[in-house]
Design a protein. Structure first.
Length: 327
């Protein structure tokens, strides 16, 4: 009884901390929106407002559904049957935490599920790591497929800018890292094989296969939203080749912003990468304006997703409470 009471107290404390972090995230989000130099007349004009509302709603759907792959991985890792509605609120709330500097709160926040469902924190954290890593890997593959020409141009220019010495140093560094990995693998082969055998079960392999397709579709939708915004701002209809190049570039920019330490929401990184990769396809003013507008719309979409799921969760709990009282 005492142990259960202590667990309830710890759960309450963690939820209070989560609420405080949520308030902090909202304050940071508001300050970011105020700092953006956006011509809001573009968004609220009669001609564009419906299109931008639709883009925000589509983005919100991708956010809400974005927790499905994570839930699949959790069930595969822990051999449990957690329904997606049990992770929706935690996922959408943690998603808002990405605007807090450090790029860690959005992942740490997911471990609230371990407290709520009495799961191992290490396994929930591992599920988050696998989810994020597999997502990035899928997006990078898709980006390379769509923007291979622009990426080749980027790599070539970096080689010309930094010189042969830096390029050789970079290659040697990669080889050294690979060599160290091989040495560790040889010495700890038995332990690593046991961990891999335990973690990468048939169930997890199936989940990763399903998730790969989900990440690809999600990446295409999100990249397509950027193209739609660029088209609305410029008033142009782009060719198929330009659309593919644009989508690929935005996926590269997304991946770069995602993995850059300390950049909340990839601020600054995505703009720089997008400008370089799309400089010959779309005008710089259109790119910068479009990215900033998409930031504002995505922030609104992130908050809307969380509030919507929070309301649904409250109503669901209320209905379940009423049903228990009737019984």
């Amino acid at each position: 009884m005492e142990k259960r009471k202590n667990r309830i107290n710890i759960t309450k404390i963690i939820k209070y901390i989560g609420n405080i972090v949520m308030i902090l995230a909202i304050v940071i989000i508001i300050s970011k929106i105020q700092s953006y130099d956006v011509d809001y007349s573009i968004i609220f004009s009669k001609k564009n407002i419906f299109s931008f509302i639709l883009i925000t709603l589509i983005y919100s759907v991708t956010v809400i559904l974005g927790g499905i792959p994570w839930t699949n991985i959790i069930n595969a890792l822990l051999s449990c049957k957690i329904q997606y509605w049990e992770t929706m609120l935690i996922y959408t709330k943690s998603n808002v935490f990405k605007y807090i500097p450090g790029n860690v709160f959005q992942y740490v926040g997911r471990n609230e599920l371990a407290v709520n469902k009495n799961l191992k924190h290490s396994r929930v954290a591992l599920s988050t790591l696998i989810d994020v890593s597999w997502n990035i890997f899928s997006i990078i593959l898709l980006a390379i497929l769509l923007a291979r020409k622009n990426l080749f141009r980027y790599v070539t220019q970096q080689y010309e800018n930094f010189g042969k010495e830096v390029f050789i140093f970079f290659v040697i560094s990669i080889l050294v890292v690979l060599l160290l990995c091989l040495i560790i693998l040889k010495k700890k082969r038995k332990e690593i094989v046991e961990i891999l055998h335990e973690v990468f079960s048939i169930e997890l392999t199936k989940a990763l296969g399903k998730n790969f397709l989900f990440y690809i579709i999600q990446g295409l939708v999100n990249a397509g939203l950027y193209v739609a915004i660029f088209s609305i701002i410029s008033g142009e209809c782009y060719s198929i080749q330009s659309i593919m190049s644009c989508m690929g570039a935005m996926l590269v920019a997304f991946a770069a912003g995602f993995i850059t330490p300390g950049a909340p929401g990839g601020v600054g990184i995505r703009e720089a990468v997008s400008l370089f990769l799309l400089g010959t396809v779309i005008g710089e003013s259109v790119i910068l304006t479009g990215i900033v507008i998409m930031r504002v719309l995505s922030i609104v979409g992130d908050i809307f997703s969380f509030i919507l799921i929070w309301i649904i969760e409250k109503l669901r709990n209320q209905r379940m409470g009423e049903q228990r009282n009737v019984k």
